[in-house]
Each structure stands twice: as C-alpha cells, then as structure tokens.
Design a binder for this molecule. Structure first.
Ligand code: UDX
Length: 437
C-alpha cells in the first residue's frame, strides 16, 4: 500500500521505517528540513536501538523516502498522523496544535476512500472533531483512531509486533470499511495472531490514556510502598517480589526508584485529568494527582538521601550522577527524573557531574549549566558520592572494587534498585537504595 506518515519524531520515524519493512511504499513528511535530511541519509535524529540499520535497509530498497512537502501525500491511500501532543505551557492539558496542523495539511490531498489513521495520543473527543475537518475537505475519506503503545528503547520491535491493535471507528463496527484497510496495512503482524480490537472513537482514545495512567499508577503505588518501607526499615524490592508473584498483580512495573519520566507518562496523566475536568468527570481522576505527587516526591527524596549520604550537607560535595536519560536505551531527557534530581543537587550547592552513554547532547540543551562528562571513569574520579539514576547496563555491571579505586569516598545511592547492596557493602561502600534499609 502507498502510505504517508505525517510527523517523523520518536513515533513517526519508527512507524515509517516499520511500515516500509512490512512491504509498503512509505513517504515520511515532516516540517523540519534538518530532520528530513538526516532521515533521508538513514539516520534518526534520536537514539533508538536498531532504527538506523532499519532506516538504511528500507531506504536502499526504495520503499521509504522523507520530504517536507505535504503534497507528497497526494497519491497515498493511508495517512498516519504521528505528531507530538506535548503538555501546554503552564497548563495540564495537551497542546493539539501539531495534530490540527497535520490534519489541516493533509486534508486537501485526500481522495475518496482514503484513510487517515491517528496514532498520536489525544484527549478523548479529538477524533470526532478531526473527522469533521476531514469530511469538510473530502466527504468520502475516513478517519480511524489507531493508538500506539510502543516503548522507547523497544520501538522497532513494539511496532512490528505490538501486543494488540486498537481500531477506533465512528460506529465501532467490525464492518466499517476502515477496518479492512488497516487490516491490509498490518496483515503480517495480524497473521501472527496479534489481538485486534475494534471500538468507537472515544473508547479507542481512552484505551491509550487509561493504559498509561494504569502504568503510572502501578509505579507510584510501589513508590508509595517505598516511602512506607523507608519509615519502617522494610525492603520494597522484596515486597515487590512477593506481591508480584500473585498473577493478579504481576511483577512488571513494580520497580521502586526515582519514579517515572519521559515524553508520555507524566504529560498523559496530566492531560487526562485536564480532559476529565472539561467533561465534568474530574472526581474520577483525582487519584492521578496523587500518582503525580508521589512520583515527584521521589525526586526530592533522592536529594535528601544524597545529603544524608554526604554526612548532612551537600555544599562542595562532588556528586557523580550516572544517567541522564529518563530510562536506559534512550537519549530522551524529557521530564527525566535523573536530570531533575541532578539539577536540584547542583542548586543546593553540590558539585555535580552527569554522565550518560547517549543522552548528553539532549541534556546539554535542557540543562546548559549542568556539567556533563561523556567518560564514566572521569565522572567517577574523586567523587564524594555516586548516584545511579538511569539503569544503563554499563552502570548495573559496575564492579564495586574497581569503582572504589576511582572515587574519593565510597558512598553510593542506587536510585533504580538494580545493584546488589550486599556486594557493594562487602567491598567497603556505604550503600543506600530507595525504600530499602
Ligand atoms: C510508555 C508506555 O510504556 C508505552 O506503552 C506508551 O506507548 C508510551 O509511554 P515509555 O515512555 O517509552 O513508554 O517508557 P516506559 O518503559 O513505560 O517507562 C516510563 C518510565 O517509568 C521510565 O522513566 C521508567 O524508568 C519508569 N519505570 C518503569 C519505573 O520507574 N519503574 C518501573 O517498574 C517501570
């Protein structure tokens, strides 16, 4: 099928490459000429495992190209909307400017029978409004809401083999013609037996926000347990192991630590609360305010624990921060708890050095005053305390004896609960975890 993908960021660049991998003829469209030029040379403008290899492979096959010219959508049958929906400045709601611009931009190029497929995360009610815009331009074009659940760091495999497909169509019916078109797009993964659920627009939009809210709630639940553990001397990691064995609860997303960040979970729960307020259903989601507050308290807790680790004061203490990305295998620093804690420590008088295998260029843009060091050993050199804040494998694999030889004082805070405290203590370290004795 001939497909256009509008918006070539974290979501769209991956989606475009994966659709070409599935055998479709794909044109990626983005307003940013620099992004288009990099992508056209087989390079994503962000770090995502295996994406560059995939881009080169499908570009060489001739099935994928990128352009800034919206008229390239003209001969495509399916148009995926993959632009961002960031949080509005100073408000909780989502900024739909880019979604509106993408739909306004593609509308004049639609032919009868064309399908616009929305993948961006939007407030419930958006699809019905966008359908009107599309119909005003081409009454016989269709809109389907097809939310995306990919995780950064696993984006390619999550797009090629998602664990479910959700199609939102106006009447919620399997017989809607948009269903057959999307089934052809996803023929290969569907043939492997991936579940596919057809529903109305509003439900499809809510699936995405509900899923992210649940994940955020699960993380904040275990972080709330970490607070209680800290007050009682209990160990939240053993608690999570034990409750996670119950398959009604499950072990995933029960890693207590410095909390969630990134471009999705924090802004999605806030946009969801804002939308519920507009709909007069704000009481239903007031618990998400608490989820957000628990998450933010973790960042403050890191600062407090570091102060304790340094003997009661941060002034002049050299702190080595391992990790800037909001999670490993990503260079994304949007709402990164690691960087937020590093910046607070610096403001409170510590001499902070941050390292990360991928995210330093993005960290420099967001926090230009934070000293960044690409070399791990140089970061650790003469440190008074080491903080592991993003659980990259190279940090999880650090040897306590070798690390001890580099630092000034053997003190470590494991912000992700991924190190073995007994091993580090045995090597002579003062060790602190979050929610652990
Ligand atoms: C998330 C959803 O998982 C994905 O389905 C959706 O499409 C987009 O949002 P992503 O933002 O890539 O994906 O990251 P995710 O892996 O969910 O992690 C989010 C944050 O939670 C990270 O900061 C991570 O470090 C943190 N986290 C995750 C925890 O603190 N504890 C956990 O147990 C799991």
């Amino acid at each position: 099928m001939r497909i256009s993908v509008i918006g070539c960021g974290y979501l769209g660049a991956v989606h475009a490459a994966c659709m070409a991998k599935l055998g479709h003829d794909v044109t990626g469209i983005d307003v940013d000429p620099a992004k288009v030029s990099e992508l056209s040379n087989g390079h994503a403008t962000f770090y995502e495992p295996v994406l560059d290899e995939l881009l080169s492979e499908v570009e060489e096959s001739g099935r994928l190209r990128f352009t800034t010219d919206m008229s390239a959508a003209k001969n495509c049958q399916v148009h995926f909307i993959c632009v961002g929906t960031p949080q509005k400045r100073g408000e909780n709601g989502a900024d739909l400017r880019f979604v509106d611009a993408a739909v306004d931009g593609v509308a004049p190029y639609l032919d009868p029978g064309d399908l616009v497929a929305g993948k961006s995360t939007v407030p419930v009610g958006t699809a019905a409004r966008l359908e009107e815009i599309i119909h005003a331009s081409e009454p016989d074009a269709m809109l389907v809401w097809n939310p995306e659940f990919l995780r950064e760091g696993h984006a390619v495999s999550d797009t090629l083999n998602p664990n479910r497909f959700v199609y939102g169509v106006p009447d919620g019916s399997e017989d809607h013609p948009a269903v057959a078109i999307l089934d052809s797009v996803y023929e290969e993964p569907l043939a492997k037996g991936m579940p596919r659920l057809v529903m109305d627009y509003a439900t499809a939009e809510l699936v995405k926000t509900a899923a992210n809210s649940f994940l955020a709630t699960k993380i904040s639940f275990i972080n709330a347990m970490a607070e209680v553990c800290e007050a009682t001397g209990a160990d939240v990691t053993r608690l999570a192991d034990a409750i996670g064995i119950d398959d009604r609860i499950g072990p995933k997303f029960l890693n207590a630590g410095i909390g969630f960040g990134g471009g999705c979970l924090p802004k999605d729960i806030r946009a969801f609360m804002a939308r519920a307020g507009e709909l007069g259903a704000d009481q239903a989601l007031t618990f998400l305010r608490e989820v957000d507050a628990i998450n933010m308290r973790r960042r403050t807790r890191v600062v407090e624990l570091t102060r304790q680790l340094c003997g009661g004061t941060l002034l002049g203490q050299r702190i080595a921060v391992l990790g800037a990305a909001f999670k490993p295998e990503s260079d994304d620093v949007r709402d990164s708890p690691a960087l937020s804690a590093a910046a607070q420590l610096q403001l409170q008088g510590a001499t902070v050095t941050v390292t990360d295998p991928q995210a330093l260029p993005n960290a420099a843009k967001r926090f230009p005053e934070l000293p960044l060091e690409p070399d791990l050993e140089a970061t650790l050199a003469k440190a008074d305390a080491v903080l592991l804040l993003t659980e990259w494998k190279i940090y999880r694999d650090l040897d306590p004896h070798e690390t001890l030889a580099l630092v000034a004082s053997p003190r470590i805070l494991d912000g992700r609960n991924v190190l073995d405290p007994a091993k580090w203590r045995a090597a002579g370290w003062t060790f602190k975890g979050l929610g652990r004795p």
